[in-house]
Design a protein around this ligand. Structure first.
Ligand code: HEC
Ligand code: HEC
Length: 337
């Protein structure tokens, strides 16, 4: 019995992606104490892959593409339809609506700070922003246009001929569409929230309630077992007892059918969380208070299945309110883009 639990824990805390590139990120997730401020410090550089260095030209092009509904079959859906700056670069729906009003199966996550991620989508099935970018364009429930068709469409638009030629040697290709979108998204950073100013030494940057909330987040709630580091995610996967049987998360895409992946989803960032309701992969929760209550009390009741690290921390209403106050300090000023 003991061995199998240990094995499960090992699986839970080992990254699915064996090629996890440690050099990209200087800050590691893990257990932290209140005094261990280093892990909450924001990184000094934006990481990017070797074959796609960040340039001004690519960022500019990526921004045009991100907000352009011509990237969809019926010219009515852009990336920003579902990743809208107004809603914390997410949308305000439980599940996103794409081409011909078709409802997708999952809640749209924020794209801010995605520069720092190693696993993309709720189930981590893409491993880079470049790899991620082309998925929604072809997805029937999102933009629903074939990439070859899109390339031809963009070639007919003078503005894009110019922008692609400035950004790349080989003009308009699918790979370059992905590279430009990835580059733009790498600039969407939320790293100057009141919490950051407090960590850097400004004692008055957050309220006493929020400070108490951070303490509860770390100690009683043990939230940092998963929501660790400056981006508030260790990017591992867990079943947090939401009881959604229609979507089994990592289990659906993994060749490893261990119970540990059953209903497991990626730990999301908590940056700008106040703005991106509704919450969870299924968008089933409308308020931050309810989300924290579920997370602090071992999932929805009655919980049948949850990951071993996701325990009932018995947070009462007082604790939950303080944690919510703390989470609100993770909202940075609106991102300039
Ligand atoms: C119809 C709504 C919709 C559109 C349009 C859309 N997305 Fe998304 N996006 C989603 C949803 C839903 C997910 C989560 C899907 C999943 O986990 O299976 C997602 C996931 C992502 C992620 C992963 C974030 C993370 O934390 O893992 C990124 C990055 C992203 N989208 C960027 C884009 C870009 C770039 C475009 C335009 C090319 C785009 N999206 C278009 C709804 C949309
Ligand atoms: C075992 C890992 C783990 C622990 C511990 C944990 N979380 Fe989470 N948290 C997750 C995962 C995984 C999700 C996404 C689950 C899903 O969508 O199915 C999540 C989602 C959330 C969300 C919703 C985010 C969004 O964008 O929808 C909030 C808010 C949250 N957690 C807060 C907390 C708080 C506060 C605590 C401590 C009381 C906590 N979590 C403890 C793993 C964890």
């Amino acid at each position: 019995m003991q061995i199998s639990v240990l094995f499960l824990l090992l699986l839970l805390f080992s990254n699915i992606n064996a090629e996890f590139d440690k050099e990209k990120l200087s800050i590691y997730a893990g257990e932290a104490s209140y005094s261990d401020k280093a892990q909450w410090q924001i990184p000094k550089q934006i990481p990017y892959p070797k074959d796609n260095p960040l340039t001004k030209e690519k960022i500019k092009l990526g921004k045009e593409l991100f907000f352009d509904p011509r990237l969809s079959k019926n010219n009515d859906i852009s990336c920003s339809s579902c990743h809208n700056p107004k809603y914390g670069w997410s949308d305000n729906r439980a599940k996103s609506i794409g081409d011909q009003n078709r409802v997708g199966r999952r809640n749209s996550p924020t794209v801010i700070n995605s520069a720092f991620l190693q696993n993309f989508f709720h189930d981590g099935r893409a491993k880079s922003l470049e790899e991620q970018a082309l998925g929604p364009i072809e997805s029937e429930v999102e933009m629903n246009i074939k990439l070859d068709e899109l390339v031809e469409k963009l070639k007919r638009i003078k503005k894009y001929q110019e922008l692609f030629n400035k950004a790349f040697d080989d003009g308009i290709t699918k790979e370059n569409i992905a590279k430009a979108l990835a580059s733009f998204q790498r600039t969407l950073l939320s790293l100057n929230a009141p919490f950051d100013r407090w960590i850097q030494g400004d004692k008055d940057a957050i309220s006493e309630d929020a400070k108490e909330g951070f303490d509860l987040f770390l100690n009683k709630g043990r939230c940092q077992l998963c929501h660790a580091g400056f981006n508030f995610t260790n990017e591992r996967f867990a079943n947090i007892g939401l009881g959604d049987k229609s979507d089994l998360g990592v289990y659906e895409i993994s060749s490893d059918k261990s119970a540990i992946w059953y209903g497991a989803f990626k730990t999301p960032t908590l940056r700008d969380i106040e703005k991106s309701a509704p919450y969870f992969h299924d968008g089933s929760v409308k308020t931050l208070k309810e989300a924290v209550t579920i997370c602090g009390n071992g999932g929805r009741k009655p919980v049948k299945i949850r990951s071993p690290f996701f325990r009932d921390r018995k947070l009462n209403e007082y604790d939950v309110d303080k944690i919510v106050e703390f989470l609100k300090t993770l909202t940075s000023p609106d991102i300039k883009y």
